[in-house]
Design a protein around this ligand. Structure first.
Ligand code: SF4
Length: 211
């Protein structure tokens, strides 16, 4: 085992213990392929699945895989009109499973997320029966402050660049605290407990994934 893999494994052990105290379920998978398999073990066939925009989900390849199985998918990219898109956004709150990543996860098991529109953090708080969070070990931070700094200095500017927003961070590479209409930073959420026990499931992955 490489030093990096061993380091990830040791940190994951701490996080899994912390998640249990926060009424969340944690898994550690060494690779994204094992994580993908784990997700399909969790999600019952025939259920409804929705997801938030995420580079990690793309890198795992779960969206393509879902289409090969027997699930009802709430896919925003399939909407043919603004009305249909709006309906998918709202139907998402009744999904059996909602897939997402997280901007950061602390060593003591808190999730830290910043959203522009807010659909992703709204679903994390309330609605879908189960939330499955995929997090590469590059998302691990020592504490809340480091998580917020990770968002400002890395996750948000990288996502802004990915989404080609007209925000100052796409030029500077660091948050400029903008109030641009295109800003992807409207709401900051810190999730410290799963109010419904075991509703939030975290799959930690021993690789660098997403931003
Ligand atoms: S500059 Fe604006 S969009 Fe970019 S990270 Fe800061 S608040 Fe978010």
């Amino acid at each position: 085992m490489t030093p990096r893999k061993e380091y990830y494994k040791q940190n994951a052990k701490k996080i899994l213990t912390a998640l249990a105290k926060r009424h969340m379920v944690g898994y550690y998978c060494e690779t994204k392929e094992i994580a993908l398999k784990k997700a399909f073990e969790i999600m019952q066939e025939g259920s409804t699945v929705a997801w938030g925009g995420s580079q990690t989900l793309k890198e795992i390849g779960i969206l393509e895989e879902l289409k090969k199985h027997n699930y009802t998918l709430l896919d925003r990219d399939s909407a043919k009109s603004p009305e249909e898109l709006e309906k998918i956004y709202h139907d998402t709150f009744c999904a059996d499973y909602y897939l997402m990543s997280t901007n950061a996860i602390t060593l003591d098991g808190k999730l830290i997320n910043m959203d522009g529109r807010g659909n992703r953090i709204a679903a994390l708080i309330f609605g879908p029966k189960n939330i499955i969070v995929f997090a590469g070990m590059n998302k691990v931070v020592p504490n809340e402050e480091a998580g917020i700094e990770r968002i400002k200095s890395l996750a948000a500017p990288m996502n802004a660049i990915r989404l080609q927003t007209k925000t100052p961070c796409t030029a500077t590479g660091h948050c400029q605290n903008c109030s641009s209409p295109s800003s992807i930073c409207s709401n900051l959420l810190i999730t410290r407990l799963s109010k419904t026990p075991n509703r939030i499931k975290i799959i930690l992955i021993g690789e660098e994934l997403g931003f």
